[in-house]
Ligand binder design. Structure first.
Ligand code: ATP
Ligand code: MG
Length: 394
């Protein structure tokens, strides 16, 4: 009797629903969990066919299932369990796992159904499925985006390489043209120079000052053109990488004095180039032609961009580990906003007005200095003057 009470307590308090039916499918008992799940009071379902708790199509077929089992003894659910759908009193449906066992009791057959609610699991599963689907859609979208990005990058890369190739061809064409033109112009230019000198000599007897003036103009113009052509050729040789410095021991002071003397002749009226050296040492190891070219460019600029009756300071200094070459003028200066372009080819500041120039000098100087592992520094302010310093390690 005690055993019976225990069994009853277990059934009454089970979390899962437990329903028993007889061999014709009528409900004999239902525990509280079963009632809660289906929303019925026990009296409402007891004695009714179990099919009231099932939605279609099981509702109509259940009698047939039972009859087939009893005839064939081939179970579809009994002894195995499967997931099915239940029908609540309020018409709602819910998923549950059903286990059915067959019991022989007091000479008759009873079927016991164990009902484990799956609503929460199912909804979690559905949620998961939803997330998975959403994730898949997202991944797909991202993949499409990524593919289009990759395509764009590919296209951009192709465009860049095409334009790079074009630029390379153009630059080659330009260099070839410049070097050809520079060479081809030299011969007619020297004939013009020679003819101008001859005209000067032959017309001396007429002593017509206008002839002398114009002949000088021709000579100056030819001189300028030759300088430009030489710059073009230097650039072309720099581009081609065929300039390699050949350092040799030189007396920096003697070398600087010679340049000073040379350039004093082309300076403006009363413009004086003052050279000074600091330090006891005089010898340095450097490519004399490249250095000369740099200093001439810097002093020529100082002459060109400063007025008459001014001083141009040209200083050299040799210390223990470095030597410095400085050229300082009190001329028009370089506007601060334009200084970042100073060493670019063809750069000319806007304050140069009608002062002639091609903007190649400093570009060449900068490249020569780099080839010689030196440094170039400058300080300049508009209308206050400019100082350029070349620095080399000993
Ligand atoms: P060139 O190729 O004949 O030398 P350029 O003198 O114009 O022509 P760079 O020597 O390269 O060319 O100088 C570039 C520009 O920098 C000049 O046009 C000028 O604006 C500015 N500049 C250079 N040196 C000075 C200076 N000492 N004072 C003022 N401006 C300068
Ligand atoms: Mg110049």
């Amino acid at each position: 009797m005690e055993k019976q009470a225990l069994l009853n307590a277990i059934i009454e308090n089970a979390i899962d629903g437990i329903i028993t039916i007889d061999d014709s499918g009528l409900i004999e008992s239902i525990n509280p969990s079963g009632c809660r799940l289906f929303g019925y009071e026990p009296e409402e379902v007891k004695g009714k066919n179990i099919s009231v708790l099932m939605p279609e199509p099981d509702k109509s077929r259940h009698d047939g299932y039972l009859e087939r089992y009893q005839r064939t003894r081939k179970p579809h659910i009994i002894g195995m369990g499967r997931e099915v759908t239940g029908l609540k009193k309020n018409g709602e449906m819910f998923p549950f796992r059903l286990g059915v066992s067959e019991v022989q009791y007091q000479g008759r057959i009873i079927y016991t159904g164990f009902i484990h609610d799956l609503t929460r699991e199912k909804s979690a599963e559905e949620q998961l499925l939803l997330y998975t689907n959403r994730l898949e859609v997202l991944v797909e979208e991202r993949t499409v985006e990524l593919q289009s990005l990759i395509r764009q990058i590919q296209e951009a890369k192709e465009e860049v390489s095409i334009s790079l190739e074009k630029e390379r061809e153009l630059s080659q064409l330009k260099s070839r043209f410049v070097s050809m033109a520079s060479h081809e112009f030299r011969t007619p230019l020297s004939s013009i120079q020679l003819s101008a000198s001859l005209i000067e000599r032959y017309t001396q007897e007429f002593e017509n000052p206008n002839v002398v003036k114009h002949v000088n103009k021709i000579k100056n113009a030819v001189g300028n053109l030759t300088t430009i052509l030489n710059d073009f050729l230097s650039l072309e040789r720099l581009e081609a990488g065929i300039i390699t410095p050949k350092p040799e021991g030189i007396d920096l002071v003697k070398f600087s004095e010679e340049i000073t003397e040379e350039l004093q002749m082309v300076a403006k009226q009363n413009q004086s180039i003052i050279y000074q050296h600091t330090g006891t040492k005089r010898m340095v190891n450097i490519d004399i032609n490249l250095l000369k070219n740099c200093i001439i460019n810097l002093i020529a600029n100082a002459i060109k961009y400063s007025g008459e009756n001014t001083f141009i300071e040209f200083n050299t200094e040799i210390t223990d580990d470095k030597y410095y070459i400085t050229i300082k003028d009190n001329g028009i200066g370089i506007p601060v906003s334009e200084q970042k372009h100073l060493f670019e080819a063809f750069f000319r500041a806007h304050n140069t007005g009608s002062i002639p120039g091609t903007g190649l000098g400093l570009n060449i100087v900068d490249r020569y200095i780099k080839l010689m592992f030196g440094q170039i520094e400058f300080k300049s302010e508009e209308n206050k003057g400019t100082t350029f310093t070349l620095i080399f390690n000993i």
